[in-house]
Design a protein around this ligand. Structure first.
Ligand code: CTP
Length: 417
């Protein structure tokens, strides 16, 4: 029997190990057993870092988390309806759930849950490699529970579902399967691949919110383009939108976006704007409503398509800088970045970059009050004059406050003629 006790101590911070041991002891006192489950167990076996601790108790998760909360200055959040709890302190966080089984009244619906054993809890999970647990109770500390062949599948580098109806119960597992396959460099096991293909239409049973969440997870991956390209190959990507493509063009743009965002990651909006870049206006609106995109992300997608229609103008080399400014000004920043990454014309790209790095920060020094003090009558046209001054700054005709004052005096002189 595999024991991961020492692996836990080697790979997880002492703070977490202590908490898990204390929690295992309290669970035993309460007459239950505690387990570490899911992705963190998979990653322990793969020797990959993962600090997302999911603990499952055969007993009562909320009672256990409450007792633990008394042992340290931690914030406790509970969800009595689901019998789950979260404990957070300093930079740490741990999720507690009560072992449960799930049954699905219909495809894509949220499941009906009942308290149950750890075996049943593991059986409701997506893939064998995510369906292992490590016992944390003092007398069985470190024992690996692997009823469904997760360890063998890790060795054989396979993504395998636990039962025939898995994708029907929860079609988001289709996207999750592709994500793990590409992240880990594994393969979908033959039978799993066949069922995945068979059940692709079940993606229509999933709400836009849940699909959006899957996309958010994909965009957190190191190379999301691999997942999207695999999704295209298997006919999954067209379920986002029939015109969607995940080919080499997209891969190059995603890589360039990452280079630009380093050391951070490109935003959800930027990745999505690139993914939807080749859609038309109407098609992108369909995507926005299907994914129920929140305001800021919807704006990035919309702006990015709208700005695309100005690229032809932006590819003229002799454009004045003020003209460049007014064409681009007002669009969301990620939409501008998406266009600069996607556009073919080097001149248009240069204009977009000049805007992002320079023009958007250019402002005249003088304001409305300064103009009035200099002799302009307080009237609505002052706004126009300020705009002319702004253009003069953008085009480099004035470069200092003194230059601006001189230009304004010239204009005042002309007025009086
Ligand atoms: N899970 C599942 N089916 C889903 C979502 C989650 O069975 N549709 C289970 C899996 O056992 C998974 C665990 O819940 O391991 C936790 O979910 P999540 O945090 O999404 O997965 P991780 O494996 O931790 O994924 P990641 O490494 O991407 O954080």
């Amino acid at each position: 029997m595999t024991n991961l006790g020492s692996r836990i101590e080697e790979q997880l911070p002492a703070e977490m190990v202590n908490l898990m041991q204390t929690a295992g002891g309290i669970a035993a006192e309460q007459g239950g057993s505690l387990y570490l489950v899911g992705g963190v167990v998979r990653d322990l076996l793969l020797e990959k870092a993962n600090l997302d601790l999911d603990l499952v108790v055969e007993g009562n998760a909320i009672e256990l988390a409450k007792r633990l909360a008394g042992t340290k200055p931690a914030r406790l959040t509970t969800h009595p309806h689901f019998n789950t709890a979260k404990l957070e302190w300093e930079k740490w966080g741990v999720d507690f759930a009560t072992a449960r089984s799930e049954s699905y009244a219909r495809a894509g619906a949220l499941p009906t849950v009942e308290p149950n054993s750890i075996e049943k809890d593991l059986f409701r999970r997506d893939f064998t490699i995510n369906a292992m647990a490590v016992c944390l109770s003092p007398e069985r500390y470190g024992e690996l529970i692997d009823r469904y062949g997760g360890q063998d599948d890790l060795e054989d580098r396979l993504i395998r579902i636990l039962h025939e109806k898995s994708f029907i119960d929860d079609a988001t597992r289709i996207w999750r399967g592709l994500r793990y396959e590409q992240r880990l460099g594994f393969q979908l096991e033959e039978g799993t691949l066949r069922l995945l293909k068979r059940d692709i239409p079940m993606l229509d049973t999933i709400s836009g919110d849940r699909i959006r969440y899957e996309l958010e997870c994909i965009f957190q991956e190191e190379e999301p383009e691999k997942v999207l390209s695999r999704a295209e190959e298997l006919g999954v990507l067209v379920r986002l939108h029939p015109e969607m493509k995940g080919n080499g063009w997209l891969a190059d743009r995603f890589q360039a976006a990452r280079k630009q965002a380093a050391p951070g990651l490109p935003s959800f909006g930027l990745y999505l704007a690139l993914l939807s870049y080749r859609l038309g206006e109407e098609e992108s609106e369909q995507l926005i409503s299907y994914l129920r995109l929140p305001g800021p992300a919807a704006r990035v997608v919309r702006d990015s398509i709208a700005l695309k229609s100005s690229l032809r103008t932006l590819s003229y080399p002799e454009l004045k800088r003020s003209r460049v400014y007014h064409i681009i000004h007002g669009y969301a920043q990620s939409a501008i970045t998406a266009n600069s990454l996607a556009v073919g014309s080097p001149i248009a790209r240069q204009h977009l970059e000049i805007f992002l790095h320079e023009l958007r920060y250019v402002k005249p020094t003088l304001n409305g009050n300064d103009l009035i003090e200099m002799g302009f009558p307080p009237c609505p046209q002052i706004k126009e004059v300020l705009k002319l001054l702004h253009n003069a700054r953008l085009d480099g005709r004035v470069n200092s406050k003194a230059d601006e004052e001189e230009l304004v005096k010239e204009w005042l002189g002309e007025e009086q003629l």
